[in-house]
Unconditional design. Structure first.
Ligand SMILES: *Cc1c(COP(=O)(O)O)cnc(C)c1O
Length: 390
C-alpha cells in the first residue's frame, strides 16, 4: 500500500466486543459498509441490522432517537438539524395538495409561516383559529375534511394551555392526525394522549446549553416508516457531532428542567406580588385561568414566565436593559436566563382581532428561566423594575 492509498484506507482500530466506551463515540462517518454484497443487499431490504448512509441513519443519531422516543412514550423518532426543520419536513411529508390543516394563532411564528406561506404555495389549505375557540374547531372539522390538527401547549408567550384530550379527540373523531409541537413542555410530558406526531426543537431543553441546534419528529413506527423516504430525500439530517452534544445535554435534562421549573414558579410568585406588574402568565399560578387543566395534563408547569408590565413599550425596554443576569435574546430552555421585551415579541403580521387572541400587549415581557440561583434572579428582577419605573 502506497501512502496515497494509506491516507484513504487507515487501519481500523478494533474494539473488543467486551470492551465498550462508557460514552458512545461520535460516528463521524457518512458511510458504513458490510463485508460483502449479499449482506449489504439484505440490510437494505431490512432483513438484517446495520447502517449504510448517514442521511438515513447513523449510530450516534440512533441512540438519541431511541432515548427521546422512550421519554415521549413513542415508538420511533427521526432527528433533524433544527426544530423548524422538523416542523417543515414533517408537515411536507404528511400533506399533499388539496389537504387542509387546522392550526392556531398562538403557534410558533415559523410554523405559521410554513403552513400559511410555504405549504399554501403548494396547494395545502389551512384555517387559523384561537386555540380556545371550541365552537370554531368543531365547525371547521365538521365542514372541512382535515388532514391534521397542529397545536402547541403551553403556547408562546402567554402560556395558554391547550386541552389536549379534547383536541386529540376532535381530530381523531374527524379522521385527522393530531400533531403537537411539544417543545415548551419537554419530552416527559403529554405522552399519554394518543398524539400521532410529537415535534420538538432540541435546541431548547435537549441542548440545554444554547450551543447546538436540533429537532425531532416522534410517532408510531408505522407512521414514521411511511415518512422516512420523503424526509430522507428532503435531507435535513442532524450532524453526528450535534447529536453527540444533544445526547450529552440529555444526561442533565431532568436536573435542569426540574430546577428551572421550580425557579420559574418562584419568579412568577415574586412578579405576581409586584405593584408594577399587572398580570403574570404562568400555568403554575393558581391565578392562571387554566391552572387546573395544566395540573391535570402536565407533570410540571414549564420554565417560561410572561407578564404585563405597567406602562408599555418604553418601560419594557428600560426593564430589559437594566437586567444583569437575563440576556436579551430569543429561545428558552437554556442554562442562562433570557428576556424578550415587548418590542421584540413580534406578532406584527397579525390582524387586530388575531393579536387580541395572542394576548401580547404593549407591556408584555417574556422570561425564560435558567439555572442560576433563583434568589439572584429575583434580586435582579427587583432592581430592574426599580430602574424601569424610576
Ligand atoms: C424554538 C422553537 C421551534 C424551532 O426550533 P429551532 O430549533 O430554533 O429551529 C419550534 N417550535 C417551538 C415551539 C419553538 O419554541
Amino acid at each position: 500500500m502506497k501512502d496515497r492509498t494509506r491516507v484513504v484506507h487507515p487501519a481500523p482500530v478494533e474494539v473488543p466486543a467486551d470492551n465498550r466506551p462508557l460514552i458512545a463515540p461520535i460516528y463521524q462517518s457518512v458511510k458504513f459498509s458490510l463485508d460483502d454484497t449479499v449482506q449489504t443487499e439484505q440490510m437494505l431490504r431490512g432483513q438484517r441490522a446495520g447502517f449504510f448512509y448517514s442521511r438515513q441513519s447513523n449510530p450516534t443519531l440512533r441512540q438519541l432517537e431511541q432515548l427521546l422516543a422512550q421519554l415521549q412514550g413513542q415508538e420511533d423518532c427521526i432527528l433533524t438539524a433544527s426544530g423548524a426543520g422538523a416542523v417543515a419536513v414533517a408537515l411536507t411529508a404528511l400533506c399533499k395538495a388539496g389537504d387542509h390543516i387546522l392550526a392556531f394563532i398562538e403557534s410558533y411564528g415559523p410554523t405559521r409561516h410554513m403552513i400559511q406561506k410555504i405549504l399554501g404555495r403548494y396547494g395545502v389549505r389551512h384555517t387559523l383559529l384561537p386555540i380556545e375557540d371550541r365552537a370554531g374547531i368543531e365547525r371547521v372539522l365538521a365542514e372541512t375534511p382535515t388532514r391534521l390538527v397542529m397545536f402547541e401547549s403551553p403556547t408562546n408567550p402567554v402560556t395558554k394551555i391547550a386541552d389536549i384530550e379534547y383536541l386529540v379527540g376532535q381530530a381523531h373523531a374527524h379522521g385527522a392526525l393530531a400533531v403537537m409541537d411539544n417543545t415548551f413542555a419537554g419530552f416527559h410530558n403529554h405522552g399519554q394522549f394518543g398524539i400521532d406526531v410529537h415535534i420538538h426543537s432540541l435546541t431548547k431543553y435537549a441542548s440545554g446549553h444554547g450551543d447546538v441546534m436540533g429537532g425531532a419528529i416522534l410517532g408510531s413506527r408505522a407512521l414514521l416508516k411511511s415518512l422516512r423516504p420523503d424526509i430522507g430525500t428532503l435531507g435535513p439530517t442532524l450532524d453526528p457531532h450535534a447529536a453527540f452534544l444533544l445526547q450529552r445535554g440529555m444526561r442533565t435534562y431532568f436536573l435542569r428542567y426540574d430546577y428551572q421549573c421550580a425557579s420559574a414558579l418562584r419568579v412568577a410568585q415574586f412578579l405576581s406580588a409586584h405593584p408594577k406588574v399587572r398580570r403574570v402568565f404562568h400555568p403554575g399560578l393558581a391565578s392562571h385561568p387554566q391552572h387546573a387543566l395544566a395540573a391535570r395534563q402536565m407533570k410540571d408547569f414549564g420554565t417560561v414566565v410572561t407578564f404585563d408590565l405597567d406602562g408599555g413599550l418604553d418601560y419594557g425596554r428600560r426593564f430589559a436593559d437594566a437586567l444583569e443576569f437575563f440576556s436579551i435574546s430569543a429561545s428558552l430552555g437554556s442554562a442562562e436566563s433570557l428576556v424578550m421585551p415587548p418590542s421584540l415579541l413580534g406578532g406584527g403580521e397579525f390582524t387586530d382581532e388575531q393579536r387580541r387572541h395572542t394576548a401580547i400587549g404593549p407591556g408584555t415581557v417574556r422570561l425564560s428561566i435558567g439555572i442560576e440561583d433563583v434568589d439572584d434572579l429575583i434580586v435582579d428582577l427587583d432592581q430592574a423594575l426599580k430602574v424601569a419605573f424610576n
